[in-house]
Ligand binder design. Sequence first.
Ligand code: AKG
Length: 267
Amino acid sequence: MSIFELAADEASAYESDGFVIRENVFSSAEIARLGEAAERAVALAARLGRQGKTYTLDGNRFVDADHLTIQYEHGPASETIRVIEPVHELDAELDALIDDPRIVEPMCDLVGCEQVSLWTGKLNLKRPREGSGFRWHQDSPYWIHDSSHVDRLPNVLITLDDATEANGCMRIIRGSHTNGCLPGIGDGSQLEGFFTDPACFDETQQVPLVVAAGSLVFFHPHSVHGSQPNASDVARRALILTYQPAGFPMLKSGELRNAVVPNGGVS
Ligand SMILES: O=C(O)CCC(=O)C(=O)O
């Protein structure tokens, strides 16, 4: 048995709830280093963003710089970066995280493969008092046209700061992953297909993911999730990495990034 693989109770929680939490996986020193790496990536993205192609979706500003997408905060003319995808390309330390056995071994169990590759990786920043919320959505409708195995794209949220209700922790609807891609809100907005119709899930089943920095939350690509704005004076930064079976290209670059299995897979 590999040290970090999912225990039977964790696997059954993932199956029934659509998510499983592992708290305090990374030490505070590791999280401090990852936080610095994240800020280096933000500085680089800010520079790249100045040369990119700007567009708006439902009034919010996005910039594409080659295959990198940078989302800006929703306030008028805000220069604050909200999301960077794919972020691992911007910093070697973030790239190395893709191979961390604490992530890769559980991911092999969730994908159902001996080896996995990266599908995409995001940095969500939620700056103090400014970080906006995410409406209820599933990730799978964003990916359905680019992947033939959308059911096998599990995510892991890696918290870089303590996540609380006040700073807009992510929330998951327990059990909402069981019916595939759900209908969108259909309100005429540009992203109407991506935000989930509230009639199709039970909001009372939401679980606020209040976890310390350095925790992992593995969650299903069909899980309905979202979050409130950051109403506090402290940041709520998090990375989200998404894996798939080995040998498939990544979402945005089309390149292959297999995860290196520790000890050649023998543990
Ligand atoms: O970071 C959050 O609170 C939500 C992120 C999210 O829903 C996403 O990136 O798909």
